[in-house]
Design a protein around this ligand. Structure first.
Ligand code: HTE
Length: 843
């Protein structure tokens, strides 16, 4: 008998449990067991229960390796990295684990007697929409790659009750609906209450004398909130590693509500509980723009503090030197400035909670923090009012001040008397409201600062962070983004994947550089391969057309060119430029200029931040233009335009494989990297794109003959800035004039006069920061080249194959290898058998 207090014995018993078999018979039995015995469904059940039962079957087959992976890391006292991010845009997990565990064939066999398919079950899973766009999805791809590469990396994030809002359309306008993704539970998460942490807010600081007679600071009278971790497994690709994504949920501490209860104010106590839980209630739906809400700062500190305390706890379990050698064993990668308050929080933990001296604490902190910047847009640069810090995090603010004075001293030694430089670089911006500049804190506290594509990293050095580059050039580096080929090729595009594997073997999924071997099949003499390639693309287009018809009620003819732009709606991404081109094509058809025509289906999708009214009007414009075009009997199959509502990770899994032409048309210098561009290219789409972000590296990889490049470059735009004159561009371009005239005539908003005036004005504004009309002509001409090329089917297939064949460097495995070689310095390690004498499943 195991006594309830004898956890140790329980652990020993637990380590020799049997790994459930993966043969089809056992899978079927377990599936029925979960459905009937566990979930209690007998004669009928919801489709969701089928998913739930299947998820539990898979989860059982992950557990052993998850345990072994933890135990191996702990036992070997390996150096670890923590990826701190306010966003992890995971999407669905079932299919991903099935691929990683190589269970698909067995499951298909296990359920062959039932009248549903695994694919149907997979679709029941709610997307985990814990992110806005590229930044959040990148974090998810990185977690996948770390597990694939067997690196000891733990992700830390927040378990938002509500993820990114669900987007619906009403009369062409975006409507946001709450996404209560956890309503039916989440079979992947394991709550670990025993690892909860207490997080402090509010209160004040006191100067006191400690036992050794030193003056030290104390943070007192705080309001405490409980951080409860929920662990989500991250399986590696057929390699037994299962890493962890640890998501924190906020809850009221028992003590806190108790006090109120004792005071007899029951309602107040419950309200405080709600107040505590509000921290992880909702994801802020802004991408590349700052929000500035107090609750958001609370979220940031909550994540940083809970994660650091968790790592401190586990570090102390294995280290004999306390926190002195913490930096040898730990590194934190900050996903943008959102978690950058971790710099000051680690200082606070080392000094206040471990009695360390400032200089030693600073050495440790700056040896284990690394910061990734994801945008140059000034509206995304986080600043927090000092008064907020004073109220919420008074002790943390004191530390920030001290970091600042130390840095300013260093600057004044290097550039004596350069007051302007000090002002520019200060962690605190002076003004009516003094503000803490989080990027400056992140740079000062990190030993590595990286951008996410070559151009972006260069622009950081000679623009936004120039002063810091001059002070600390050795910190700056580039890590070009990547995406996981498991989700974005193997899972999303099984037809193409098996075609590839038939010709070059299967190893490309582990090492995407090997997909290079596909190049030789791009030669048109490989007729059979070309025919199959075309057939696969066609089937993927049919699948996408079904989605479009379901979601939009518009019929896409899969023989047309599928021209797609899906991403967040933002002026810099220039969905407007896309619409101008569509209107131009519409004009041509109406004028009868359809010589050498290529039928085209244009798909646009993406969410607008709820407070970004201009972005919402762009959605409305797309929908209005779409109605006019799709309802005009003259247009027919020549041209279609539709807006796909509620773009998501799982929608992208259907969209990318079915796309012919990928629109990557941001104003040069504005898209830090882009990652959708990579997902499209991998799936054999051609890119029409500007010289921006990772487009440049894609262009380098495929060559200019396999890429439709257009538009002004960063330096062209800089030179044009002073004399940019959109009106003269309109006057000098007949096609553009016709497009603008039609827009201004109200042709697309007959019942809603004037609604697009603001959009039209921005296009014609001499200070339009996005230079949309400056790129119109080249864009239109380049679109024509793409269209002509598409009619030469043989040529297009060749280019399509070349795009897939050249995608090797855009695997996030490559990106993670670079992070590891240059920044993290972790050893790869395979999970070994559990050692019963040291078994300790807790962390
Ligand atoms: C870039 C995109 C890049 C991606 O990161 C982005 N940066 C943000 N969102 C992105 O998608 C971002 C969001 C909130 C605050 C600051 C930045 O726009 C991943 O591919 O180009 O690096």
């Amino acid at each position: 008998m195991i006594d309830i207090d004898d956890i140790k014995l329980l652990k020993l018993k637990a380590i020799d449990f049997n790994e459930p078999s993966t043969n089809a018979k056992k899978l079927e039995r377990d599936f029925l067991y979960y459905l009937c015995n566990h979930l209690g469904h007998f004669t009928n059940c919801s489709k969701y229960s089928l998913y739930e039962a299947m998820a539990l079957v898979i989860r059982d087959r992950i557990m052993g390796n998850w345990h072994r992976t933890w135990d191996t890391y702990r036992r070997n006292k390996v150096r670890r990295a923590s990826y701190l991010s306010l966003e992890f845009l995971i999407g669905r997990s079932l299919g991903n684990h099935v691929l990683n565990l190589d269970l698909r064939d067995n499951i298909d066999q296990a359920i062959q007697d039932f009248c549903f398919k695994l694919e149907g079950i997979e679709q029941q899973e709610h997307d985990a929409g814990l992110g806005n766009g590229g930044l959040g999805r990148l974090a998810a791809c990185f977690m996948d790659s770390c597990a694939a590469l067997q690196l000891p990396v733990i992700g830390f994030g927040l378990r938002y009750e509500y993820g990114i809002f669900r987007q619906q359309l009403e009369h062409g306008y975006q409507i946001e609906e709450p996404d209560h993704w956890l309503r039916e539970g989440n079979p992947w998460e394991i709550k670990r209450s025993e690892l909860s942490q207490v997080i402090h807010f509010g209160g004040r600081t006191e100067t006191v004398t400690d036992e050794q007679g030193r003056t030290v600071k104390k943070w007192v009278d705080t309001q405490d909130i409980l951080a409860i971790p929920y662990d989500v497994p991250v399986s590696g690709y057929q390699n037994d590693t299962v890493n962890t994504l640890r998501l924190w949920r906020a809850a009221a501490t028992d003590e806190f509500s108790l006090e109120e209860f004792n005071a007899g104010d029951y309602a107040e106590a419950v309200e405080q509980k709600n107040h505590a839980e509000a921290i992880t209630m909702v994801l802020y739906p802004n991408d590349t723009s700052e929000n500035g809400k107090e609750l958001r700062l609370r979220q940031q500190y909550f994540l940083a503090s809970a994660s650091l305390k968790d790592i401190q706890r586990s570090w102390k379990e294995t280290s004999s030197n306390g926190m002195t050698d913490f930096a040898e064993g730990n590194i934190f990668q900050l996903n943008d400035t959102h978690p950058s308050i971790a710099v000051a929080e680690l200082m606070r933990i080392l000094i206040d909670e471990n009695g360390m001296q400032w200089d030693q604490a600073w050495d440790i902190t700056t040896s284990c923090m690394a910061y990734t910047n994801h945008t140059l847009l000034p509206e995304a640069l986080e600043k927090w009012p000092v008064f907020l810090f004073e109220r919420l995090l008074p002790r943390v603010l004191e530390i920030i001040y001290k970091i600042n004075s130390q840095m300013l001293r260093e600057i004044s030694q290097r550039w004596p008397g350069d007051a302007e430089r000090m002002k520019r670089m200060s962690l605190v911006e002076e003004g009516a409201v003094r503000q803490v500049r989080m990027a400056h804190l992140a740079i000062a506290g990190s030993f590595s600062v990286n951008g996410v594509a070559h151009l972006h990293s260069e622009l950081l050095k000679d623009g936004l962070f120039r002063d810091f580059y001059e002070l600390w050039p050795e910190k700056f580096n580039n890590k070009t983004n990547g995406v996981t080929p498991r989700r974005w090729i193997a899972h999303a595009n099984p037809l193409m994947s098996s075609l590839i594997s038939q010709h070059i073997g299967e190893n490309w999924l582990r090492d995407l550089r090997q997909i290079d071997a596909l190049k030789k099949f791009s030669d048109p003499s490989e007729k059979k391969f070309h025919d199959t390639w075309y057939e696969v693309k066609h089937q993927n287009k049919e699948r996408l057309a079904r989605l479009v018809e379901q979601q939009c009620g518009i019929v896409f003819n899969p023989h047309s060119m599928f021209d797609v732009q899906v991403k967040r709606i933002h002026e810099y991404k220039r969905q407007l430029l896309n619409v101008l081109h569509v209107i131009h094509l519409y004009n041509r058809i109406k004028a009868g200029h359809v010589e050498n025509w290529t039928n085209r289906c244009v798909l646009i999708g993406g969410k607008a931040a709820p407070g970004y009214s201009r972005a919402k009007m762009i959605i409305k414009l797309i929908n209005n233009v779409s109605s006019v075009i799709n309802e005009d009997p003259d247009i027919g199959d020549l041209l279609k335009l539709t807006f796909l509502p509620n773009f998501s990770v799982s929608a992208m899994e259907i969209i990318a494989p079915g796309t012919d032409l990928s629109e990557q048309i941001s104003t040069a210098g504005k898209e830090a990297s882009g990652t959708g561009n990579m997902k499209f290219m991998m799936n054999g789409a051609l890119t029409i794109g500007t010289y921006d972000g990772a487009n440049i590296e894609i262009l380098d990889a495929v060559g200019k003959n396999n890429f439709f490049l257009f538009g002004h470059r960063v330096e062209d735009l800089a030179a044009m800035k002073e004399h940019y004159n959109p009106q003269s561009i309109i006057d000098g371009d007949e096609d553009l004039r016709k497009v603008m005239n039609l827009l201004e005539s109200g042709h697309f908003n007959i019942d809603e006069p004037g609604i697009f005036n603001d959009l039209i004005d921005t296009l014609k504004d001499r200070h339009d920061p996005w230079f949309t009309l400056a790129d119109f002509r080249d864009y239109i001409d380049t679109q024509q080249r793409a269209a002509d090329c598409y009619r030469d089917r043989q040529q297009w297939i060749k280019m399509s194959i070349m795009n897939t064949a050249c995608c090797g460097m855009f695997s996030s495995d490559r990106t993670i290898e670079e992070y590891n070689n240059d920044i993290w310095k972790l050893d790869q390690i395979k999970p070994g058998p559990i050692n019963p004498t040291t078994a300790e499943p807790s962390r």
